[in-house]
Every structure is written in C-alpha cells, then in structure tokens.
Design a protein around this ligand. Structure first.
Ligand code: ADP
Ligand code: MG
Length: 233
C-alpha cells in the first residue's frame, strides 16, 4: 500500500484536470521515496519569493510554474544563480515577462524558488511505459550523451540493485563517472539509490506514464535532482 501523501499529490493534479505534475509536486513525490531533491518553495508574489529565497539561502534558482509551460527554459522561465533580494525581485518580473511573451495565454500559478545546486556531473533518469511490458527505466549521462549519442540503458521496472548497477555500468560514458582527466569520480551508489527509488515509485504509481529527472546532478558524495517532470496517463 502506498503512502496517502503519494495518492494526494496525484489526486490533486487529476482533480485540477492536469495530466502532469508541476515540478514542485514531482519533487515532493520524489522526497516521499527518499530521493534527494533541491529545497523548494512556491511563491505567489514577489514578496513571497523574497521570503522563500531568504529561508532557502542564496544563491537561488527561480522557475515558472504554469500549466501551459512544461519546458520551462524554452519559455525563458528559468533563472539560475540569483544572488540577492534585488535579483529575486527583478528575476520574478523577468520570468513573468518572458513567459507572457513566449506563451501569451499562459496561466501563472506562481514562481518556484529553489536552492541552487552546485555543478556536478549531469545524468538523466527517465521512464516511459511500454504498452505490453509496463514501465521502463532509462539511465544516461546528460546533454549530448543522451540527445545525440543515444548512450542510454533501459530496464523494465521493478529493478533490483544489481540491475541498477548494470544499467549504470553498461553505458559507454561510464568512464566519465569513474573520473577522468582530473574530474573526480561520481557517487555511483547515490545514482543506484535514485534508480531503485524510481523503480519503487513506478510500481506504486501506475498513474505515471512518463518520468524525466533531467538533470540529476551527481557529486563525489551524493546527488541532487534539480528538475523532475512527471506525466500522468
Ligand atoms: P526545463 O523545464 O527547461 O528542463 P530545468 O528545471 O531543467 O528546466 O532548468 C534548466 C537548467 O537550469 C537545468 O538543466 C540546469 O542546468 C539548471 N538548473 C535548474 N535548476 C537548478 C538548480 N536548482 N540548481 C542548479 N542548476 C539548476
Ligand atoms: Mg530539465
């Protein structure tokens, strides 16, 4: 039986007629499965955004929350490395202006204020549903590795830790995670934890049609999900 809080997040979206979760909802869901996500707070006004940024601590990232804007940076809806109160006030209005210009009929739910994660190795964890076999789990390195080289691994959910380890080790770019050319090695155990937790989430939530953690930033110690997108069926 899944946690009632899991059902509540999904039901809220469904009751509002949405077939997707907002980033803040997707991250809340990830947290319920013990996945590491950035600290987040949804602000409904410039004042609330300043308050949220102070609570989270500078620098912060600001992002649009709108049912019409799923690909946030395409609409000018993401500002990273916002360093102070003035930056939040300006950034808040810049995002609203950008989004209104790109998507004139966008309803603005708010602005998501979040912790700015330090640079790390970008990896992607994804899921799509196979009509016959059910949810799949995908893993790869971010950027050109997934988009151009298609250097990814797939498994059907559920997976165990050995499956997760094989998924990570079988991509061609695995060497990058081991650490090359002065880059430190990445915390592979932290990636395995996220893959296993994703598997549990997919088994618990048949409503999830697609999932995309892009990117998950991996460090020498630990990892952090900085963007999460979940589509419901
Ligand atoms: P999109 O909806 O366009 O995919 P993202 O939330 O992924 O928007 O943000 C775009 C990019 O901004 C990310 O790929 C990442 O490089 C950077 N970014 C987003 N959130 C954070 C964060 N909390 N900390 C650091 N970088 C971030
Ligand atoms: Mg993204």
């Amino acid at each position: 039986m899944r946690d009632k809080k899991v059902s509540k997040i999904i039901e809220t979206a469904v009751n509002e007629g949405r077939d997707f979760l907002f980033e803040y909802e997707a991250k809340a869901l990830c947290t319920l499965y013990d996945m590491p996500v950035t600290k987040i707070s949804v602000a409904g006004s410039e004042e609330e955004a300043v308050k949220a940024a102070e609570e989270i601590g500078y620098p912060v990232v600001l992002k649009i929350v709108s049912p019409q804007v799923l690909h946030k940076s395409d609409a000018g809806g993401v500002l990273v490395n916002v360093k102070d109160e003035e930056g939040v006030r300006k950034g808040y209005n810049t995002i609203l202006k950008n989004v209104r210009a790109h998507v004139p009929d966008a309803e603005i739910t708010g602005i998501l204020v979040q912790e700015m994660a330090p640079d790390g190795t970008e990896v992607i964890v994804g899921s799509t549903k196979d009509p016959t076999f059910g949810p799949t789990i995908m893993f790869g390195l971010g950027g050109i590795f997934v988009e151009i080289l298609k250097d990814v691994s797939f498994r059907l959910a559920p997976i165990n830790r050995t499956d997760a380890e094989e998924m990570v080790k079988e991509i061609k770019a695995y060497k990058i995670l081991e650490g090359v050319r002065g880059n430190p090695p990445s915390d592979v155990e932290a990636i395995l934890d996220v893959l296993m937790a994703t598997s549990r989430m997919l088994v618990d939530c048949p409503e999830i049609k697609e999932l995309d953690m892009n990117p998950l930033l991996v460090y020498e110690k630990g990892a952090k999900i900085v963007d999460a997108r979940i589509i419901l069926q």
